[in-house]
Ligand binder design. Structure first.
Ligand SMILES: [Zn+2]
Length: 413
C-alpha cells in the first residue's frame, strides 16, 4: 500500500491522506488549512476530486471540524463520503446558518468498529473522545498491511471511556500509526489536561459567584462543553439560555440525552443577526421548533441573576439594548489563542468599557502528551508518522519508531 500525506505533515489543519492499493485509492479527510479561506485554497493534487476518476473509492471524514472536511465544498465529483451520522446532522444544521459549509450527496455511514469495504480497503472506524461530536479514528487494511489514523482525539473529555477502551483493546499488528500532535509545543501539554468533569466544578464556582448575567463564549458545536455547562447550571440552580444556532444543532443531533428544548431550565434566545438570517433565508421552521422555551429581549433583564447565557461577540448590541449587563462576567471557554487575534481587539475594549471581567474556563479538545504517549504505546505500530502537528520534529524525542514524511511524498507501507 502507498500512502501520501497531501497536507498535515507539518501543520495543524488541512489534513488529507491518500492511500493507494492496486491502482485504487481512498482519502482520509479533506480539510481546510487553519486561517485559510475556502475560495483561495486549492484542492490537494488528488485525481478524482475535480475530474472524474473512478479509482478514487471514497473520502473518509474523521469528524466535523473544518480543518478535516472543509475542502469538500470544492469537490466536483460524486465521490462517496464516509462520515458519522451525528457529524452529518451537525453539518446540515450549521449549513442553514452558514451556507458556505460543504454539503454531501453520497454518504456511507460510519459506525463504531463496524468494518466498511471499499475495493481493496477495509476501513474500521473507532469512535473517539474529541471536542467534535461523533469523531472517529480509522484502521485501514489493504493487502495484509494496516494503517491506523488517529484523527483528532483526547482522553480527558466526556467520552474518556472510549480512549480507555481503545488502549485496553487496541488493533493488533499495526504497520503505521499516523498520529496527531496538536498540543505539542503548547504550554501545559506535558501534564494531564483538566477533564470536562473538573471544568464543570470550575463553572459551578464561577456561576455561584456572579451577581448578574453570566456570559459563556464557547462553540455551539462543542457538545461536550455544552453538556458541561448545562450540568453546571443544574447544580448551581441557573437557567441556561442558548442562541438559536446552538439550539438547532442540539435538536438536529437527535440524541435524547443531550440538553435541548424541552429540558428543564433550558431557554433559547434569538440574537438580532440570527433573526435577520432566518427572515432572509425563510427558515421559519427553526424558531418554531424552540417556541416553547424562547426568551425575548424584553425578558432578559428580569433573568440576569438566575441565568447563564451562551454568548458570541456578535451579540453585544443585543445585550446593550436589553440592559442586562450589570454585574455580568464573561467566561471564555475556547482555545485562548483566538483571543489574541487583532480582530477581537474591539471586543476586548467593549468588555472593558462595560466593566465585564473575563475569566477562562477551558480544556483542550486534543490529547495531552502523556495521553499521546499512552496511545503510541498501546497501538505499538512498527512505524509512527507525525501528522496534524506544528512540531513533527519533536516526535523522535517523545515516541518510539518515528518516521517523518513530508507533504506530497508517496511512501510504501
Ligand atoms: Zn478536530
Amino acid at each position: 500500500m502507498q500512502v501520501c500525506i497531501h497536507r498535515g505533515a507539518k501543520e495543524i489543519g488541512g489534513s488529507c491522506v491518500e492511500m493507494e492499493e492496486k491502482g485504487q485509492r481512498l482519502l482520509l479527510d479533506l480539510g481546510l488549512p487553519l486561517d485559510a479561506e475556502q475560495s483561495e485554497t486549492p484542492l490537494p493534487d488528488v485525481s478524482g476530486l475535480e475530474k472524474s476518476d473512478e479509482s478514487l473509492l471514497g473520502i473518509a471524514i474523521s469528524h466535523a471540524h473544518l480543518d478535516h472536511y472543509g475542502l469538500l465544498a470544492k469537490l466536483r465529483q460524486k465521490v462517496p463520503v464516509l462520515i458519522g451520522d451525528g457529524a452529518v446532522r451537525i453539518i446540515n444544521a450549521a449549513r442553514q446558518f452558514f451556507p458556505d459549509i460543504p454539503g454531501f450527496h453520497d454518504t456511507i455511514e460510519l459506525k463504531d468498529r463496524k468494518p466498511i469495504s471499499r475495493g481493496p480497503f477495509t476501513i474500521i472506524p473507532y469512535l473517539v473522545d474529541h471536542s467534535a461530536y461523533d469523531a472517529y479514528a480509522f484502521l485501514v487494511e489493504a493487502n495484509g498491511k494496516k494503517v491506523f489514523y488517529s484523527g483528532d482525539f483526547r482522553g480527558h473529555g466526556r467520552k474518556a471511556e472510549l480512549f480507555k477502551k481503545l488502549i485496553k483493546k487496541p488493533p493488533k499488528d499495526v504497520d503505521v500509526l499516523l498520529m496527531e500532535g496538536s498540543t505539542l509545543g503548547r504550554t501545559g501539554a506535558e501534564n494531564e489536561y483538566p477533564s470536562e468533569d473538573e471544568l464543570e466544578v470550575q463553572f459551578i464556582e464561577h456561576f455561584n459567584s456572579t451577581n448578574g448575567l453570566t456570559l459563556v463564549w464557547t462553540s455551539g458545536q462543542n457538545i461536550d462543553r455544552i453538556v458541561t455547562i448545562y450540568r453546571a447550571c443544574r447544580k448551581s440552580g441557573k437557567k441556561l439560555i442558548v442562541d438559536l444556532y446552538t439550539a438547532s444543532i442540539l435538536i438536529a443531533i437527535n440524541n435524547p440525552h443531550l440538553p435541548q428544548p424541552g429540558f428543564r431550565n433550558f431557554y433559547v434566545y434569538v440574537p438580532q443577526f440570527q433573526r435577520i438570517l432566518i427572515k432572509k433565508r425563510e427558515l421559519f421552521d427553526i424558531p418554531l421548533s424552540v417556541a416553547s422555551c424562547r426568551v425575548y429581549p424584553e425578558k432578559l433583564a428580569d433573568m440576569v441573576n438566575s441565568s447563564v447565557m451562551l454568548f458570541r461577540p456578535s451579540m453585544t448590541e443585543d445585550l446593550e439594548k436589553a440592559e442586562c449587563l450589570e454585574g455580568s462576567k464573561l467566561i471564555y471557554s475556547l482555545w485562548p489563542g483566538y483571543l489574541k487575534d487583532k480582530r477581537y481587539q474591539w471586543f476586548m475594549d467593549w468588555l472593558k468599557n462595560h466593566l465585564i471581567p473575563i475569566l477562562h474556563c477551558h480544556t483542550s479538545g486534543h490529547a495531552s502528551l502523556p495521553d499521546l504517549q499512552t496511545m503510541a504505546r498501546a497501538i505499538s505500530a512498527k512505524r509512527l508518522v507525525p501528522i496534524h502537528t506544528f512540531m513533527p520534529e519533536r516526535y523522535k524525542e517523545l515516541f518510539d519508531n518515528v518516521e517523518m514524511h513530508a507533504d506530497g511524498e508517496y511512501w510504501e507501507v
